[in-house]
Design a protein around this ligand. Structure first.
Ligand SMILES: NC(=O)c1ccc[n+]([C@@H]2O[C@H](COP(=O)([O-])OP(=O)(O)OC[C@H]3O[C@@H](n4cnc5c(N)ncnc54)[C@H](O)[C@@H]3O)[C@@H](O)[C@H]2O)c1
Ligand SMILES: [Zn+2]
Ligand SMILES: [Zn+2]
Length: 389
């Protein structure tokens, strides 16, 4: 079959790879209808995630049709139209039992690397390096889905294919940031990053009762989209002092909850950017964290900061003093989609969460390398490049 493969830092190519087969009794094979780029893939592309090998199929967000079912799958049959959560959960370890699906103890089949990096290994994810399980990714004609009873969800009739695609990752990630970040009725919430993840976090915060939601970015087309499709306030950090402006808009107090949806390749202006960029390129720090620094500084006393953006290693100039003295709660996680999908698909079918505006560019999988160029460089207003295998 045809697939989009990582061939080295900033190098992608369409290759022929073996068709996936059922390997375990709980697997299904999905024929992919749509698969989409994610900010997380840019970290792979840039070489900031360890243990990628030439020829690895990338991509972790997808929906499609089940074409083969393992003997112990009970919830699905051939022909089901499903969306699949990007993280793989076994459904029977302590973490899955406690709804912490991306921390599954059984699905990272190659746990040594992340154990050495982080002390213990999170769960496996499709198409995201040999450090995260070495699973083949979704930018392909077919994908093997392990533990399909947990990770594949039948799409309700009222949700079309393209909208359903974003339930794989962006929608549950955003929801988790708002939910575990502790957003409650009446809160003021600030979200750094107006990409697919930031927009979905903002929408989730509104649905959880936040009174004021402010999304921060510098790309005018993304800010405009956030205002019109999500209904949040926006703040352009290229022309404003973010901390001062947030204080101004919150009666001097700062946001109750700050959600960072930018990650390790964040951009900023001036010497801070240069400092982080040079250290990152020399591999003296792995992560460029200006947005999370800013979130910690801006958050109200006693508030909470949630890191949805992906970080992989060490970051410099982390404002630990502010965190401690202001009594903040800092949390982060890879998404626990299995915990939220039934509720979220329901909300999507009622029109409470809409996603298809994120699909600014839909193209054939053959155009994958070009799609990634557009997405990475934010060309032509690209928010997400969607591929049709
Ligand atoms: N936790 C999870 O499970 C999970 C799931 C999906 C994605 N992610 C991560 O979430 C992050 C965002 O993903 P995305 O797909 O929306 O990415 P994206 O690249 O489409 O969007 C990131 C946005 O951040 C903006 N940005 C850059 N620097 C900024 C700064 N200093 N302040 C404010 N905004 C800034 C960019 O202009 C861009 O619009 C990535 O790090 C991605 O890896 C995490
Ligand atoms: Zn993703
Ligand atoms: Zn598990």
């Amino acid at each position: 079959m045809k697939a989009l493969c990582w061939e080295g830092v900033n190098k992608l190519a369409i290759e022929q790879v073996p068709d996936p087969r059922i390997q375990n009794a709980h697997d299904v094979i999905v024929k992919v209808r749509y698969t989409v780029t994610c900010g997380s893939d840019l970290h792979l592309l840039g070489g900031y995630i360890p243990a990628m090998e030439a020829g690895d199929v990338i991509g972790h967000e997808f929906m499609g049709e089940i074409v083969e079912v393992g003997p112990e799958v009970t919830k699905h049959q051939v022909g089901d139209r499903v969306v699949v959560v990007s993280f793989i959960g076994c459904g029977s370890c302590w973490y899955c039992d406690n709804d912490l699906w991306s921390l599954c103890d059984n699905t990272n089949t190659n746990p040594g690397i992340t154990q050495a990096l982080w002390g213990s290994d999170p769960g496996g994810i499709f198409g995201y390096s040999h450090a995260m399980g070495g699973f083949m990714g979704s930018h392909a004609e077919y994908v093997r889905v392990p533990f399909a009873d947990n990770g594949a969800f039948t799409v309700p009739d009222a949700v079309d294919d393209l909208s359903a695609l974003f339930a794989s990752d962006g929608v549950p990630t955003g929801w988790m940031g708002a939910d575990l970040g502790g957003v409650g009725p009446g809160d003021t919430v600030a979200v750094w990053g107006a990409g697919g993840v930031g927009q979905m976090a903002a929408r989730a915060a509104m649905l959880l009762g936040a009174e004021q939601v402010i999304v921060i970015d510098r790309l005018p087309e993304r800010l405009a989209m956030t205002a019109s499709h999500i209904g949040a306030e926006t703040l352009d950090y290229s022309s404003t002092d973010v901390g001062a402006e947030l204080r101004e808009r919150t009666g001097g107090r700062g946001p109750d909850v700050c959600i960072e949806a930018v990650g390790q390749e964040a951009h900023t202006y001036g010497p801070e950017y240069l400092y982080d960029k040079v250290k990152q390129q020399l591999r003296l720090e792995n992560d460029r964290p200006p947005a999370i620094r800013e979130a910690i500084m801006a958050c109200r006393k006693g508030g909470s900061v949630f890191s949805l953006g992906v970080f992989a290693g060490l970051a410099d100039k982390f404002p630990l003093g502010a965190l401690m003295n202001k009594g903040l709660t800092l949390r982060g996680a890879q998404q626990h989609g299995q915990r939220y999908l039934p509720m979220l698909l329901d909300r999507m079918s009622r029109g409470e969460i809409s996603t298809s505006h994120l699909a600014t560019h839909v193209m054939s999988l053959d155009e994958g390398p070009h799609g990634y160029d557009m997405f990475k460089n934010k060309e032509d207003g690209c928010v997400r490049a969607v591929f049709r295998p």
